[in-house]
Design a protein around this ligand. Structure first.
Ligand SMILES: CC(C)(COP(=O)(O)OP(=O)(O)OC[C@H]1O[C@@H](n2cnc3c(N)ncnc32)[C@H](O)[C@@H]1OP(=O)(O)O)[C@@H](O)C(=O)NCCC(=O)NCCS
Length: 143
């Protein structure tokens, strides 16, 4: 299975929101649509099915990754890695020099993913998350 990574289109928002609804701190369809209008978003698709999404913002040369989510039954197959590689190249093309993100301290799969892509920890925000309570690890990558 080799997913197609492509820019998110308005018609993807409902399926993207359905994927998001299954993870903590999920993005609503409305907030996905707003980010799509103002930011940089991509999806992973195979056989017409949307299996992952990545939402980002860019201000001047500083980008932020807001969300990376892959369908439960498609995890550990390189889908998130492929989306992030696509997105980092796209953001660099758009003038980004630095990329930041926040991740739950207890979310080891996501922290491992970001480390594998060259992100390093640059800060810790204690008690940042609720439901469930957790610290936020701030990570950064220079492009
Ligand atoms: C985190 C998440 C996006 C990873 O997606 P994925 O498609 O399964 O990740 P990939 O298969 O591309 O993994 C790439 C690398 O990340 C790391 N990784 C991913 N999942 C991991 C896990 N469960 N345990 C340890 N390392 C993991 C590994 O280094 C992996 O490389 P490898 O498979 O060669 O060892 C996915 O688990 C998810 O959607 N989680 C719920 C939403 C979420 O937490 N998003 C992040 C919010 S900041």
């Amino acid at each position: 299975m080799s997913p197609l990574i492509r820019p998110m289109a308005p018609g993807d928002a409902a399926q993207a929101a359905a994927l998001e609804a299954r993870v903590p701190d999920s993005w609503s369809e409305e907030s996905i649509r707003e980010t799509l209008a103002e930011g940089h978003c991509c999806v992973a698709e195979a056989d017409g099915r949307l299996m992952g999404l990545c939402l980002c913002g860019l201000v001047l040369d500083e980008a932020s990754i807001y969300a990376v989510t892959v369908a439960e039954d498609m995890r550990r197959r390189g889908v998130a890695r492929a989306m992030l590689q696509w997105m980092l190249a796209h953001l660099a093309d758009q003038g980004a020099k630095t990329v930041f993100l926040e991740v739950r301290a207890q979310n080891e799969p996501a922290r491992a993913l970001y480390r594998a892509l060259g992100f390093t920890q640059v800060g810790l925000r204690r008690g940042f998350y609720r439901d469930p309570a957790d610290d936020a690890v701030l990570m950064k990558k220079e492009l």
